[in-house]
Design a protein around this ligand. Sequence first.
Ligand SMILES: Cc1ncc(C[n+]2csc(CCOP(=O)(O)OP(=O)(O)O)c2C)c(N)n1
Length: 243
Amino acid sequence: MDVVYKRSGALSDVSTTYCPGCSHGTAFKLIAEISEELDIVNKLVFATPIGCTTFSAPFHKFSTFMSAHGRAPANATGFKRCNPKRPVIVYQGDGDCAAIGTGESIHAAARGEAFTVVMANNQVYGMTGGQMAPTTLTGQKTTTTPNGRSVEVTGYPIRMAEQIAQLEAPRFVTRQSLHTPKNILQAKAAIKKALELQINEGAYSFVELLCACPTNWGIDPSGIKEYIEKNVIPYFPLGDLKG
Ligand SMILES: Cc1ncc(C[n+]2csc(CCOP(=O)(O)OP(=O)(O)O)c2C)c(N)n1
């Protein structure tokens, strides 16, 4: 019998503790599969800051280090400069990457550090209970915008991939989504391309992933596809912005 699917050997044999419908597990699975395909399971360093990504260490077999909120691009800069042969993924939430760590994010990108940033954009501060994030959509209800985000009070949502793409150094900048099987395959191809550019050319790349957080969006996980297509993609269009 042909094997059509198997669990990646780069994942630990434990069940996820993420909420139903959360996209983080899908992203980790893709990264695990890619690391096997590129034969870097024992070399890849998975750098995480604070956020729901903080809980990821038990689920994979990569080397990892954790940073204070927003600081992973700075720590990854030091690590990668001292260990240029180790592929590094900096996996950040949107709050981490685009608010608390904006300075670290933009300057690592401007320097073209030789690592790959994956930003999981779920439009909320997930870990702490669904507060407004820099990416929260106009009108979106969160625990800190119970009547919906108002641009008069809190400004407009930040499109991080577009910010990074206008810098000189980034080699590949893209926005993908994890809400359908087709999109998941496209996201996998994008992360793999970014890692290959890092390994072969020492390039900085930025992969934004539209992720679901039904717990903090207050919807049933069965409604994720419709929610993302109706609300999220119109403001955060998919596709390559650079490279
Ligand atoms: C300097 C600092 N500010 C705030 C916090 C509290 N905090 C921990 S996780 C988190 C939200 C993380 O949200 P995000 O980065 O979007 O990731 P998610 O949990 O949604 O995946 C916040 C605000 C902190 N730990 N450190």
